[in-house]
Design a protein around this ligand. Structure first.
Ligand SMILES: CSCCC(=O)C(=O)O
Ligand SMILES: [Fe+2]
Ligand code: NI
Length: 244
């Protein structure tokens, strides 16, 4: 047991860490082929009824964080709570699906997402001291505000954790990820991650091509991915305005 996990103990009760799996080359899409899947999928997955087979799954919960310096694994909601909607998350480029975590090996919906967005790389990460080298250091790095040159795609299979992302006004939005939640953070968004009080998470990591996990800590205003991301925020506002 490590010092960090003492307070909220629950350490990896599960089997050995999976090895990276790759899809057959026929399923591999070119790096530039990352089509938008469409709002139908996105919304159906969060429980709003559309056509076909709608499921009544719960949407993830997100909220603006308080300013307290208490343990990062606590929820840090404001009082009263200030929830953040999925629309608000979509505006800053954060995408979300709710899938069946028990069926991740055969899930057709997951397959469709991977094919459409070109996620040919996949591995599993069991975040617990017994299975992760330099566990404490990794957790510290995850919780240091950073960006990546690529999307960060994480699918929670067990346990839970918080992804904190900065919104347009640089406020921290806390997104609670639990089993079944697949989240995509766009390249260039400032974010960080922490376990929640369950103190355990099993994540699937997806990527287009050879994975690069390099984190660039804030400030990164001159990083190409950051500039591109800032540009996309303004473009996303202009499109609906132009349509009116
Ligand atoms: C444990 S995955 C989330 C942490 C993170 O932001 C990262 O890996 O870059
Ligand atoms: Fe990250
Ligand atoms: Ni309008």
């Amino acid at each position: 047991m490590t010092e960090d996990s003492g307070r909220f103990s629950r350490c990896c009760p599960y089997g050995p860490e999976g090895t990276p799996l790759r899809w057959a080359p026929t399923l591999r899409l070119g790096p530039n082929v990352i089509p938008w899947i469409g709002s139908g999928h996105l919304y159906r997955s969060v429980g709003v009824t559309f056509n076909e087979s709608s499921t009544t799954t719960m949407a993830i919960e997100a909220w603006f964080m308080d300013e307290s310096n208490e343990d990062q694994r606590l929820p840090h909601k404001r009082n009263p709570n200030e929830p953040v909607s999925l629309d608000h998350l979509a505006e800053i480029g954060v995408l979300y699906w709710n899938l069946n975590p028990k069926d991740y090996e055969n899930d057709e919906e997951l397959k469709k997402i991977r094919e459409a967005r070109g996620y040919n790389y996949m591995d599993l990460l069991d975040l617990c001291p017994e299975k992760v080298a330099n566990y404490e250091e990794k957790l510290r790095n995850f919780y240091t505000e950073h960006i990546h040159a690529d999307e960060e795609i994480r699918y929670c299979l067990e346990g839970g954790g918080y992804f904190d992302v900065r919104d347009k006004d640089d406020r921290w939005v806390r997104i609670w990820i639990k089993a079944g939640d697949l989240i995509i953070l766009p390249a260039g968004i400032y974010h960080r991650f922490t376990l929640d009080t369950s103190n355990y998470i099993k994540l699937m990591r997806l990527f287009v091509g050879e994975p690069v996990w390099t984190a660039y800590n804030r400030p990164q205003e001159d990083h190409p991915a950051r500039k591109e991301y800032i540009k996309s925020l303004t473009e996303n506002v202009e499109v609906p305005l132009a349509a009116h």
